[in-house]
Design a protein around this ligand. Structure first.
Ligand code: VG1
Ligand code: CO
Length: 545
């Protein structure tokens, strides 16, 4: 064991989902080491028996710097006295797979190496996140303490050892630590088999059902090939872009209508398959498409919640509750009400769902950012959402579009969009949000987008399980007619600031309205309120999802 002197970096505060920075920042001497040592020191405070009998899970989405970072972490985990480290073969573990491995192997926690849907490469992004014993992202209390520790750090522990062969399964010793290179697919596939009826899904494919799954040259390729093609018998070629590449083929591995362009085009073609799906860099997000039809994440959460009990064996007992992040559309709330179960509203970021699931308060949860999941793990899970949709379609024997339209006819439709303004100057963006926050109190009663403002606040969340409070989680403007505008700054970016503006209007119109027409007045009024054009010279969003 070797102790190396170091000095703190002052910018290692984890955001919405771990620490994300430019890859070059992570490649600086000691940058990764400092953060990892701060995690170990902090977690050690809560582990009175020490790490000797504990397991740590390590894996990532295969992006540039993944393997090198894993070698650093393995040496440090050994020097910090972990009994065992499980690492995915090739350094690969999707985010939901890390969660599954932590839970099934009863690990103390895990380190996930990913910047999710952000591009990869030496000039792009990298990230690291710590997950706790329940398999979920460290809650805010813990990430706060980790950050405090990064500011105090004076040394880290490592040892001198050659790189571990990550390409073959097997086990070796790094001083007192057993390092096991595991099959990254095993635990995850086992969890999926427990939840879904693989026989009926196999029957669906053998009946001629066709789907196209775009792994976006990211981590879900091997998982999707194994589960969809090998286990469920989907024809070869069902999975496209199925090999994880360090730079994701030069693309954004972000499953939305803009970045999953190839999939969107094929789903709009004359011979389109029945279902189209894509996952993001680390496999926790999902995009669901029917033939020439986009299922918004909010509708997907609602439809999955509606059908889970009848269509998916793992949920035959029914749902204990549903949860969604605050900016996510309220479609799921109406399903929860119809099911007679509570719907929880949390701040943005999956870490807030963990306590609810651990306490048995909710079963299914989701975010508008293409994230859906359940209590089978403690991360959102892209492929799980795809298997949910396959199960729903196998039971319904109707096209995706019909399933969604039927939902709209029964529950009404939340017309919904997220407008992102990327690359804003950080200080100007902060001032804009501060200035709207200052105005909030004066807004109720004033006219807004053809209705009037009923309530406006800065969302604060009190965790019903541990009572912890998370304030300043987004500005909400609620209208008399039930519409909403929400805005907040992104906590996952690595450059400047990104404003997210979320607009929602609920209508019981069978769902046939034109989304642009329905939402344009809300978006226009919100842009005016934020004074976007005056502050930035433009009010055109970079991307609409
Ligand atoms: C974004 C999304 C949020 C999601 C987070 C991590 O955060 O809005 O819903 O949980 O990314 O997703 P932000 O702070 O940029 O809005 V992922 O797939 O990066 O793990
Ligand atoms: Co992700």
């Amino acid at each position: 064991m070797r102790t190396v002197d170091t000095t703190p970096f002052t910018d290692q505060r984890p955001g919405t989902s771990g620490l994300r920075k430019k890859t070059r920042v992570f490649m600086q001497p000691n940058y990764l080491e400092n953060f990892v040592q701060a995690v170990f020191d902090t977690v050690r405070e809560d582990t009175p028996e020490g790490f000797a009998a504990e397991t740590l899970v390590v894996g990532g989405d295969g992006r540039y710097h993944n393997r090198a970072a894993i070698q650093v972490i393995l040496r440090m985990a050994a020097a910090n006295g972990f009994g065992r480290v499980l690492v995915g073969r090739g350094g690969i573990l999707s985010t939901p797979a890390v969660s599954a491995v932590i839970r099934r192997q009863k690990a103390l926690g895990g380190l996930v190496l990913s910047a999710s849907h952000n591009p990869g490469g030496p000039e792009a992004d990298f990230g690291i996140k710590y997950n706790t014993r329940n398999g979920g992202p460290a809650p805010e209390g813990l990430t706060g303490r980790i950050y405090e520790q990064t500011l105090k750090l004076t040394r880290y522990r490592t040892l001198d050892h050659a790189d571990v062969d990550l390409e073959h399964e097997g086990s070796l010793r790094l001083e007192g630590t057993e390092v096991v290179v595991v099959n990254p697919l095993a635990d995850y596939t086992a969890v999926m088999e427990e939840l879904f009826d693989f026989d009926s899904l196999r029957a669906l494919f053998s009946s001629g059902f066709r789907m196209l799954f775009d792994a976006m040259s990211a981590v879900t390729g091997p998982y999707a090939r194994h589960i969809l093609e090998e286990r469920l018998g989907a024809p070869a070629g069902t999975v496209i872009n199925g090999t994880p590449l360090e730079d994701f083929g030069g693309h954004h591995p972000d499953p939305n209508l803009v970045h999953a362009a190839e999939l969107v085009e094929r789903m709009g073609g004359a011979d389109a398959p029945d279902l189209g799906a894509a996952c993001d860099g680390d496999g926790d997000r999902n995009l669901i498409l029917g033939r020439n039809f986009f299922v918004t994440p909010g509708d997907s959460l609602a439809v999955i919640s509606e059908h889970a009990q009848s269509a998916i064996p793992g949920y035959r007992q029914g749902l204990a509750g549903v949860a969604r992040s605050m900016p996510t559309s309220t479609a799921a709330d109406r399903v929860a009400a119809a099911l007679g179960v509570p719907c929880y509203e949390t701040p943005t970021g999956w870490k807030f769902f963990g306590n609810l699931m651990d306490a048995g308060l909710c079963t299914v949860c989701g975010e508008e950012s293409f994230g859906t999941g359940s209590n089978h793990v403690r991360e959102k899970d892209g492929l799980w959402a795809v298997l949910c949709w396959l199960s729903i379609l196998a039971a319904a024997r109707r096209p995706v579009e019909e399933v969604v339209r039927e939902h709209w006819r029964r529950f009404g439709r939340s017309y919904y969009q997220r407008h992102d303004y990327e690359g804003l100057e950080l200080q100007a963006a902060t001032e804009m949000v501060d200035s709207l926050r200052d105005k909030l109190q004066t807004l109720p009663g004033t006219e807004f987008a053809g209705s009037s403002i009923k309530h406006a606040d800065d969302f604060s969340y009190t965790d019903p399980v541990d009572g912890s409070v998370s304030a300043h989680q987004g500005l909400r403007i609620l209208l008399e007619d039930g519409s909403r505008v929400v805005c907040r700054l992104s906590g996952t970016g690595t450059e400047g600031a990104t404003l997210r503006l979320y607009v929602e209007r609920y209508r019981q119109d069978g769902g046939d309205g034109d989304i642009e027409e329905v939402l344009a007045p809300l978006a226009r009024a919100a842009r005016g309120l934020l004074e976007l054009r005056a502050r930035f010279g433009t009010d055109e969003p970079t991307i609409i999802t």
